[in-house]
Structure formats: C-alpha cells, structure tokens
Design a protein around this ligand. Sequence first.
Ligand code: SF4
Ligand code: SF4
Length: 381
Amino acid sequence: MKKLIKLLKDKELNYLNQINDFIDPTCIYVPKDNNYQINDFIYKNTYISNVASSISGQIVKEETKKYNNEDVLCYQIINDFKENYKNKIRKKIIQNKEDLINYLDLFHLNVIIDKIKKITNLKNIVICAIDEECYSFNEYMYLSNYYTEIITTTNYLLELFTIKNGYIVTKNTDSESIKKVKSILGTYPKIKMKLLPDQYLISYPNYLCDYLNINKDETLIFNTYEILILYNALFKNKVLNDKLITISGNNIVKSLIIKTRIGTPLKEIIDKFIEIKDNNYNIYINGLYMGYQINKIDDVIISPLIHTIIINKPVKKEVSDCINCGACYKVCPVNINVKKCYFEKRISKKCLGCGLCSYICPANLKLKEVVKDGVYEEENN
Ligand code: SF4
Ligand code: SF4
C-alpha cells in the first residue's frame, strides 16, 4: 500500500469539542414514495422511501430538494412537536447472525446488514472513531460522548459472534476520548483500544486493517455512528433519528458541531447557529477533499449521508494545462491512471473519492470530479 500523505490543514478550521442541539426543526423533508399524499399525518419513525421520519406531523406539500447531491422530489412534513409514534418495533430474541439480520431488517438498516452478510469468516470487529474527512469531528464526538453505549454494543456483538478480538480505534491525539474509553475497558477483556496517527485516509478499511495488522476479509468495521444506530436498535428498540454534523470553514465566525434530525433543511440550521462573515462564499458538502461543492444552501436537506458542511472564502485557482508531472498517479492510493481517466472523461470504479489527485495537481484540474463523480464540465471558481 502507498504511504499516506499529510495534508496541509487550514489553521482557521479549528478543533471542536462541544455539541449544540437542534432537534426541533420546524419541518423536515423526506424523499417521496407512493404510499402517502398531501395532508396525511405521519407518525414519527414511519418509513417513507426507506427513511424513518424523524418527527411527527403533517405532509403539507411536495418540493424538489437536494438530497445526497441529487434533486429529489420530497414530502415536506411540518413538525407538530409531539413526537407521536406508534407500532414500536418489538425486540426479538437474537441468538445468531441470521436472527440479527432479520431484526435489523425491521429497521431498514441495509448498509449495516450488507456489511454483516459480507464477512463469512469473521474474526475481528473494529469500531473506528476517526472521521474520513480531516475537518470533521463527528466520530470523535460520538466516541467521547457515547463511549459506554459504543463499548456495550461492541461487546454484545463479540459475544453474539463468539469472537475474541474487538478494537476501538481513534487518533492518538484524541486525549479526552482515550481517557474515557480506558476508564471502563478493564471490564471488557475482549476489547482493545488502538491509537493511530492523525493521517488522512487512515480510516479506510485497507489502511485501517494494515495498521492493526489484521485481515480485512475477516473484519467487520463500523464507524461510531453505525454502532450507535445498532445500540439504539438492539438495546432500545429505537430508530436513531439524530445525527451530528460539523459546520466549519474560514468564512464563518465560529465552527460548531450540531446534533440535528435527519431531514432538517440545512438553511434552518445555518440561520439559527452560524454567523457568516462575508456573503461571497463557497460551500462544500462532506468536506474539502472528499466532498462536493454546491451553489446555494437553500435546497440542501440533512440526509443520512451528510456529515460535514464547509463554508469557505472563495479561492481563485487558475486552471492551466496538464504539465505531465505524474503527481496525480503517484498520490492515488489505488493506483488509478488519473490523468488518462480525466482526459478520456472516464469514471473509475476503483476511485475512493479521496480528492488527493485534485489537491496535488499543480494545474488545478478537477480530477476527482471527473474520475469519481463523472462531472465533466470544468468550472472556474
Ligand atoms: S480521488 Fe480517486 S483518482 Fe483521485 S487520488 Fe483519490 S482514489 Fe485516486
Ligand atoms: S497532477 Fe495534474 S498536471 Fe500533473 S500529470 Fe496529473 S493532471 Fe497533469
């Protein structure tokens, strides 16, 4: 595997260690399906297009919104602030992998179920508290604030699968969560804490398993958010409707971590919490390297996949011709011939979307946007 590189971090995007709650949005948006219509009352946790409604209230209209960077027709549900729900899922007896999968299916947890199904010879469970994006602090905050729940669930899975090796992995700089986890780890002999250097991409399964010296094909890897989803399902019979998002950037007065509801309009959060310095800014969803740029906040909805918002001063980067330096190939962790893909306008299925090629390119070509995202138009910004 290629050596990881250290990114030059923007000093204005500071380390965050406090959560601000925003769990009472006036409305949420959920992708439309054909089972509901305008004026229907929606109970909290009703599944609409596989997404559990995070509030109770009434559908008042349909509107196209940006959901995971796609224009999606959504229902707008106005919050009645009563948290009405019915048909609570009943806990089943779980004795093996099949029971677990069947139970998680009741919560539509397809991503987690696919991970569990994929590993046939399971020997290790890894819980990774390192954010993929270097300006996100969500995973760290989950571990720091919910370490008991995370360790309890990890131990439950180790017992269920009758395996011995559980790992809680965090950065060696995360002193607060390290102290908290270590304080209770003595009670859980199967779980070890592993501290890794603060390097971009280290949370990718290949790098993670290399550092831990374990076989990726025998390892079930969850991030801390996923393990909390499991905790809520397994121990509380509940859907986790809240999530953390980091809002940061050099064009806002103070960066924050917000606990919010899935489906909340981003604009509502920004208006309530964020002071923007200058109205001329660029917005990046899910970070500067892995994320994507959007033109306006108004339509963006907090989907289950959104974790980071960066609001930055615009940077004028002059785009020039490729100078054949080869840096994009050298830096690509999965050895894609990036330049060739870019000029042939080809997507590579191997691409991790890490953005290192665009970061390193002296000609400022938007390489990742073509190779990963298939966006072929060059934009000057
Ligand atoms: S974004 Fe894709 S092509 Fe570019 S360096 Fe990362 S993996 Fe390679
Ligand atoms: S890094 Fe940029 S300039 Fe260098 S070879 Fe790749 S595309 Fe060309």
